[in-house]
Write a protein that binds this ligand. Sequence first.
Ligand SMILES: [Zn+2]
Length: 232
Amino acid sequence: MQAALRQHLGGARWALRVSEAALRPRCVGPASPPAPRCWSCGGPVPGAAGLPHFCPSCRALQPPGPRPDLFRLMDCDRSFSLDVQRLQRRFRSLQRALHPDRFGQRPPKEQHYSEQHSSLVNKAYQTLLNPLSRGLYLLELNGVEPAQETDCDADSEFLTEIMEINEKLAESKNEDSLEETETLIKVKREELTKEVTAAFERDDLQEAKKLLAKMKYFANLEDKLKNKKMPS
Ligand SMILES: [Zn+2]
């Protein structure tokens, strides 16, 4: 019962860690919506909406819900400044528990669910790890239109800077000058990441959107740089 209470209070806790007893249906009041049914045995599967969970009766892995909150899935606060180590720990533990190799002896349907969960966990990890995609996802959650590169059209100083780095990149013929440009891009991206952090902390979503649009330019520059560095 204590486990059930803990699960109830710590909504973000991952259901797989909770003992099976805690997942058995509890007495529910008349106002509670009926618990979803297990695809395998038809028994009720209470709680843990949006998180990977197993049926308390037959232990079958349940399908992922529609559009789960990636922050919740990864057990991270919904915030731009993210505890990367926490994210990585959670990623590894989910990856282990849901890996399709573990479901080799299970029915095809369950194997399919484990693939779906695994790819969702990968997507959540990549989205939250990268500052640009994390910021864009946060804007989306807040109902802000996606940031476009045209959002910084008015900032001629910024556009000139990008043009200059582009030229530098085009002219870079040797390792040394490429590395110099790489460092420059890295420093600029780190500066922008700090500014985005501050904008989200102030809850200034429009400013965050503008800064993320700038970050997109730098992400493109980084892609160009990577292509250039690839051995021909
Ligand atoms: Zn079941």
